[in-house]
Ligand binder design. Structure first.
Ligand code: FES
Length: 280
């Protein structure tokens, strides 16, 4: 099976979007699902949320932020290179229905897959407000795409270099917005903040969780999350959960467990010169 990279797009500093040949995945993919990518023999399994797909073309797109060894190495792959495997689609698809007015909040690299949901929610007859969150102006991407598919778009940055400063403005937006649903995809702290903002207004809020994963198929148990006091598997029961029921603190702690090892392996890989020599 060929998983050739058809296009590689630089979204922002260390953020990339790949479109790859993966007809088996593309024929079944739905918004909200994820794939597991292995770049080459012996490399880690990297779970990535699907950003787009075309059953006709047999392609699937995914975006990633080069933060660890695996994603940094993935970033060295170029158009025409082949990945060892692309497994999926995994996890449950998003619930797409006619809700009315929907608030979609994306943060960092997860804004890319959020736009797939925006597109699907619009197609289902919803009025969609999209919020694009980024660290600074340099990390803002796909704004034109968002504007083309949303009813309105807001931009927010951590330092205020573009759009609103922080997410506080959401309080006002939500209080007068008559939203019937909210979807948040981004860093855990951001999804937690959005869930707290929508809670007093009883707006059902869906968050896409990205716990540490290994197999992505319910076998290893690494992706455990607590939702509504019950233990769930991010890969099998999710990746989308009720943000008002999610134990974000536990998730943040679990995500930090492997950080020292990840940093070390990323450092060693960089010191070795970031080997690209064995790509297929
Ligand atoms: Fe192994 Fe979910 S990733 S059980």
């Amino acid at each position: 099976m060929s998983y050739r990279i058809l296009s590689k797009r630089q979204l922002a500093y260390k953020m990339k979007l790949f479109e790859v040949e993966a007809p088996d995945v593309a024929s079944k993919a739905r918004p909200g699902q994820f794939i597991i990518v292995i770049s080459r023999e012996g490399r880690e399994r990297v779970p990535l949320t699907i950003c787009d797909y075309s059953a006709e073309r047999g392609t699937v797109s995914f975006a990633f932020h080069e933060v660890g060894k695996s994603t940094k190495e993935l970033g060295t792959f170029e158009e025409g290179d082949r990945l060892l495997s692309v497994t999926g689609p995994l996890g449950n698809a998003s619930v797409i229905a006619r809700f009315g007015k929907v608030l979609c909040v994306g943060g960092s690299i997860m804004t890319a897959p959020l736009l797939l949901q925006v597109k699907a929610l619009k197609a289902a007859g919803n009025q969609v407000t999209t919020v694009m969150g980024c660290r600074t102006e340099e990390f803002l991407f796909m704004r034109e795409e968002a504007e083309a598919i949303s009813d309105e778009v807001y931009v927010a940055s951590d330092d205020g270099s573009v759009g609103e400063k922080g997410l506080d403005f959401l309080n006002e937006l939500v209080s007068g917005g008559h939203y019937s649903r909210c979807v948040a995809m981004g860093p855990v702290v951001m999804m937690k903040a959005v869930s707290e903002i929508t809670r007093p207004f009883n707006i059902p809020t869906i968050v896409s969780l990205t716990p540490v994963m290994i197999d992505g198929m319910g076998m290893c148990g690494v992706c455990r999350v607590t939702v509504g006091g019950r233990m769930m598997y991010g890969c099998l029961d999710g990746p989308e959960f009720d943000g008002h029921q999610t134990d974000f603190e536990e998730l943040i702690k679990r995500q930090r467990v492997m950080l020292p090892e990840e940093r070390l392996s990323s450092l060693l890989w960089e010191k070795s010169g970031g080997c690209k020599c064995e790509k297929g």
